[in-house]
Design a protein around this ligand. Structure first.
Ligand code: UDP
Length: 384
């Protein structure tokens, strides 16, 4: 039997860890592969919680996070850091996910060494290089470099083909976030304590309907965040509603929320939640308001309607399926849409029952099969 293919996964943020752990579990259970893990430390605290939950121990940790560093400095450190790991590991394949600086730098370092790149969650596009910034460009760069494009939906696959990605290299796999959700819900069922502070908040807000809020995108810092906080303060005047908002670590993402919502009795601003606690919050919420990418996929999979606090989305599938609505950052529009879903039970039910377009929880298994079929590169044959 030929030797297992050596795979190196490179990632650095919480959402990447969430979307990659199902694939890492599937690779670890498959003798055709020997996988190793390089974390960049782009988001330190939030990443470690997911790794501990999923029982994943990185083989390399670049710890690139530095206070106040520019994007240039971050990307430079990521590129040289992942390049050095690739030289030591000499993998046959590199796996990256999504569109972070870590993913882009990992893919570029692999390309510099002629190592084929597997891109998980390929083909998302907003069509605007400034939104989300800089992720829209990161993912376009990864598309240019990748040997296997794992598209979460048919629309993402079509976007890749339209950009001339080789049709044989583009496959619709579904989104691994649905695999992650299934895994975490099973853990929550077995260990209810994993829901952490959300159970206490449910007890405190037992008479109210819970609206979950997450808001941290760079494009919304400043005016956007102010508009969102104004809308939330308006929503909090309703006695039948309680808002639970896990804040992001970034001070710029926290300040508008803290200033406008810090002292309201039916608003709980909490620290970032562990993944199972956050999934439980999405599950029990009547409604989710978010500018996050991943949450736009998770809430529909849990049957919770989503209002998207962005001007554009690279996940229009949720909007087309009727599970999500794009509301931007204008306080009047956000408030009107949220009030509609709170007051019109039929409108809420229509959104809650809409079809989840992001996957069936089998994506990791499909990606592993595609990786097994990937033709060996020159590099593989030389090493065999
Ligand atoms: N998430 C979490 N705890 C929180 C808020 C979010 O575990 O307090 C998870 C969420 O389930 C989703 C991911 O983090 O999978 C989204 O991360 P984020 O909004 O930072 O990034 P994006 O999805 O926009 O890339």
């Amino acid at each position: 039997m030929s030797r297992p293919r050596r795979v190196l996964a490179v990632f650095g943020t919480r959402p990447e860890a969430i979307k990659l752990f199902p694939l890492l579990h599937a690779l670890a259970a498959d003798d055709r592969f020997a996988s190793r893990i390089c974390v960049t430390g782009q988001h330190r605290a939030m990443l470690d919680g997911v790794l501990a939950l999923a029982g994943i121990r990185p083989d390399h940790d670049l710890a690139v996070l530095q206070p106040g560093q520019s994007l240039d400095q971050l990307v430079a450190r990521l590129l040289t850091g992942t390049g050095a790991v690739l030289d030591r590991e000499s993998p046959d394949l590199v796996v990256v996910q999504g569109d972070t600086a870590s993913a882009m730098a990992g893919a570029l370092a692999a390309y510099h060494r002629r190592i084929p790149v597997v891109h998980v969650e390929a083909g998302l596009r907003s069509g605007d290089i400034h939104q989300p910034w800089p992720e829209e460009v990161n993912r376009r760069i990864i598309t240019t470099l990748a040997a296997l494009h794992c598209a979460p939906t048919e629309r993402a696959a079509a976007a890749l083909r339209a950009e001339n990605a080789a049709a044989t290299a583009v496959h619709v796999t579904g989104n691994t976030v649905v695999d992650a959700l299934h895994w975490v819900r099973a853990r929550l069922a077995a260990e209810p304590a994993l829901a952490g502070p959300i159970r206490q908040l449910q007890a405190r807000f037992a008479e109210q309907r819970i609206v979950a809020v997450t808001c941290h995108r760079r494009e919304n810092w400043g005016a956007g965040m102010g508009g969102i906080a104004t809308a939330l303060a308006g929503l909090a005047t309703r006695p039948d509603v309680a808002l639970i908002a896990p804040l992001h670590h970034n001070p710029l993402a926290r300040s508008a929320m803290q200033q406008q919502l810090g002292d309201l009795p039916n608003v709980a601003l909490v620290e970032p939640l562990d993944y199972p606690a956050f999934v439980h919050l999405l599950d029990v919420a009547h409604l989710v308001l978010t500018d996050s990418g991943g949450v736009q996929e998770e809430a529909p999979a849990l049957g919770t309607p989503v209002l998207v606090l962005r001007e554009t989305t690279e996940r229009p599938e949720g909007i087309e399926a009727g599970t999500a609505r794009l509301v931007g950052t204008d306080p009047d529009i956000i408030l009107a849409e949220a009030n509609r879903l709170l007051d019109d039970a039929a409108a809420h039910t229509t959104m809650a029952r809409a079809h989840n377009p992001f996957g069936d929880g089998q994506s990791a298994r499909r990606i592993v099969e595609l990786m097994a079929q990937l033709a060996p590169s020159d590099r593989d044959s030389r090493a065999a």
